[in-house]
Design a protein around this ligand. Structure first.
Ligand SMILES: Nc1ncnc2c1ncn2[C@@H]1O[C@H](COP(=O)(O)OP(=O)(O)OP(=O)(O)O)[C@@H](O)[C@H]1O
Ligand SMILES: [Mg+2]
Length: 193
């Protein structure tokens, strides 16, 4: 219970910091993350990449998705299911997105099932904070805890955060899944373990 309360407080504090960033700061961060991620060897080599469409104050992933798609990667994007789990469908360019159940842009292509994330060579995940062991704090739905649990041990999983969101330590519950790297605008890809 202690961990659950502190996770909620942490999440609120991190999101408040995001809210006071300017649109220019967010856009700059998104460009830096895009450039860093596009040159990661596993991402350059990847046939299939599971990614996500950024929303609100998240670092922008729009130009990253477009660049991955343009260079020929098969990009899978999540579709939120009623129970909070994630289904996956392919990204076919900016016009292939439509608002999902909570207003987040989602792919209009046929869904491939919750297990489709296991076919990705790299998985990019949103995060509110990541610690030095790869422990990840998300929005509190447990969606990515479920999705990341289906990803094989050799697959690069990357959480995208702003610089100050790579922190020393986060609370961990048994269901929490770590990411194997974080990407930050200034630090690029930071691998764990
Ligand atoms: N495999 C699972 N099946 C069902 N519920 C789960 C599973 N994993 C986690 N949850 C539930 O999700 C809820 C939120 O978990 P948590 O606070 O770790 O979210 P989060 O990691 O911040 O969110 P997300 O993974 O969506 O980014 C918890 O109540 C947890 O029990
Ligand atoms: Mg979690």
């Amino acid at each position: 219970m202690h961990d659950i309360v502190s996770k909620t407080d942490l999440r609120t504090g991190m999101l408040e910091r995001r809210a006071i960033m300017t649109p220019e700061e967010r856009a700059t961060a998104g460009r830096s993350l895009r450039d860093a991620l596009l040159s990661v060897p596993e991402i350059e080599m990847a046939g299939t990449i599971a990614a996500y469409v950024s929303i609100g104050t998240e670092p922008d992933t729009g130009s990253l998705l477009f660049a991955l798609w343009k260079r020929g990667a098969y990009v899978l994007l999540p579709r939120l299911l009623p129970d909070g789990d994630l289904d996956w469908a392919s990204y076919e360019g900016p016009d292939s997105l439509t608002p999902g159940p909570r207003g987040c842009p989602e792919p209009t292509e046929p869904p491939r099932g919750t297990g489709a994330v296991a076919s990705a060579d790299v998985v990019l995940a949103p995060a509110v904070a990541i610690d030095r062991t790869g422990m990840r704090l998300g929005r509190g739905g447990g969606s990515y805890d479920r999705a990341l649990a289906r990803v094989g041990p050799a697959i690069l999983t990357v959480g995208l955060v702003y610089d100050s969101e790579l922190v020393d330590e986060l609370p961990a519950e048994p269901h929490d899944q770590r990411v194997r790297a974080a990407a930050t605008p200034s630090g690029g890809l930071v691998r764990f373990g």
